[in-house]
Design a protein around this ligand. Sequence first.
Ligand code: B4P
Length: 188
Amino acid sequence: MRLVIMGPPGAGKGTQAEALARRIEGAHISTGDIFRDNVSRQTELGRTAQRYMDAGEYVPDSVTNAMVRDRLAQPDARDAFLLDGYPRTPDQVAELDSILSDLGTQLDAALALTVDPEELIARLLKRAETSGRSDDTEDVIRHRQEVYAAETAPLLNVYRERGLLVEVDGMGSVDEVAARIDAALPKA
Ligand code: B4P
């Protein structure tokens, strides 16, 4: 199974992706996690990413695309993967198409979590109490929602037109959402 998981900040992508990747026995590839790991190790990539993440902006496509191309070429992603937080821009959609074509494979589904706007903000403000994430301040959280609406939400149509979009209600408990995802995904 080769999947992407999409949805606005706070929709539960990272939360669901970790467990879902285990269920599909695939690599969990979170661009946000890879950036945060590089920030904490203060690599060159991390120093670049930090400027954008702190402001709630997307890291430039050239940086993100190269990172995902390298990651998808790793052996653990060969048979199954779950891309979490990628693609987020039209250029990333095109690059993912190109990477998968070069690898001779394709996506099975694009999973999109839908959550009410007030609930998104509430979840991220709750996380802010403990996460220490520099992008979990109220101003940056609101800006991230705007960036998502302008740049990423329109991409759902691309996958809808390809017949790959699987929309799942992300409201409710983590377990309830996980059960809905399992019921909605195409069977391997
Ligand atoms: P991400 O790490 O992807 O952060 P996110 O959008 O906030 O989602 P996340 O997965 O962390 O949160 P989730 O909704 O699971 O990106 C961070 C930044 O990295 C971006 O702003 C950007 O700068 C950069 N970046 C990443 N990918 C990029 C790309 N492709 N291109 C360019 N830049 C990129 O969970 C949020 C909270 O809700 C958690 O506290 C969780 O516990 C809680 N929660 C989840 N499910 C819940 C439920 N059912 N009920 C109650 N709470 C729930």
